[in-house]
Ligand binder design. Structure first.
Ligand SMILES: CC(C)(COP(=O)(O)OP(=O)(O)OC[C@H]1O[C@@H](n2cnc3c(N)ncnc32)[C@H](O)[C@@H]1OP(=O)(O)O)[C@@H](O)C(=O)NCCC(=O)NCCS
Length: 215
């Protein structure tokens, strides 16, 4: 779509500023941030931040969900007042046959391999790699410099921390958090938080001590 009316960016947190940066690099000329906590006169590089949505001014508007938290971004996608844009940084690369959903961000230097399927409202953050034939579910976040090897299936609302690695052909179910720097070497079939190399559930890593046993 060549229309470049104002892009409504939903939110004005840290991630929203990264979204604004990519939107400008991708060619949007006018941004409007909407954040209920906005203070009077706040702006991002000359682009206004408002606390409530103004009436459309006749231009075609698109919206973009910019909450960093997965569940909040899911809500933003469901309640978006306008059609959702897909934002792709000029330095991002997309392999042949790959698909990318609405409301999804491909940040600078991110890479989607051939035939991968990336859902709606997904964040593929700076420098991450999602390799060939992977599937990434709606509202997930692949953080800065994380690497997902080929044919991995990632569920919905998964947070893969900065620099984490998932080896090829694995599955990660919905609502999983993988800590920064973790290496996932087995399927993950239960929602929860996993850290370390190899990645293990946070609350099951500690050996049982006497303190933990109810005698
Ligand atoms: C995994 C994570 C979500 C855990 O956060 P949390 O639920 O608040 O957990 P805590 O900080 O209480 O840590 C729980 C335990 O896990 C350990 N831990 C936390 N993160 C870890 C990590 N990334 N690698 C290894 N161990 C980790 C803590 O040391 C602690 O261990 P202990 O119980 O032996 O003291 C968080 O530490 C993390 O890695 N977030 C990713 C952030 C990120 O990559 N952001 C990128 C945005 S682009």
């Amino acid at each position: 779509m060549s229309v470049r009316g104002p892009l409504l960016i939903l939110g004005f947190g840290g991630h929203a500023r990264s979204v604004g940066d990519v939107a400008l690099a991708a060619g949007f000329k006018r941004l409007l941030f909407i954040d209920e906590h906005a203070r009077d006169g706040e702006a991002f590089e000359g682009h206004r931040v408002l606390s409530t949505l103004p009436k459309p001014d006749g231009d075609y508007w698109q919206a973009f969900p910019a909450a960093g938290q997965n569940f909040r971004r899911e809500h933003q996608c469901q309640e978006a007042p306008h059609p959702l844009a897909t934002l792709v940084a000029p330095s991002a690369t997309i392999g042949i046959g790959a698909s990318v959903g609405e409301g999804t961000l491909l940040a600078r230097n991110s890479h989607v391999g051939p035939l991968a399927q990336i859902g709606r409202g997904v964040i593929l953050n700076t420098g991450c790699v999602v390799d060939h034939e992977c599937m990434v579910g709606d509202f997930s976040h692949i953080s800065v410099n994380a690497t997902v090897a080929g044919r991995v299936k990632i569920g919905r609302r998964v947070m893969l921390g900065a620099g984490a690695v998932v080896i090829d052909n694995l599955s990660i179910c919905d609502d999983v958090v993988i800590g920064a720097g973790a290496v996932v070497v087995d399927d993950i079939t239960m929602a929860g938080t996993y850290v370390g190399v190899p990645a293990r559930p946070v609350d099951r890593r500690k050996p049982l001590t006497d303190d933990a046993v109810d005698l």
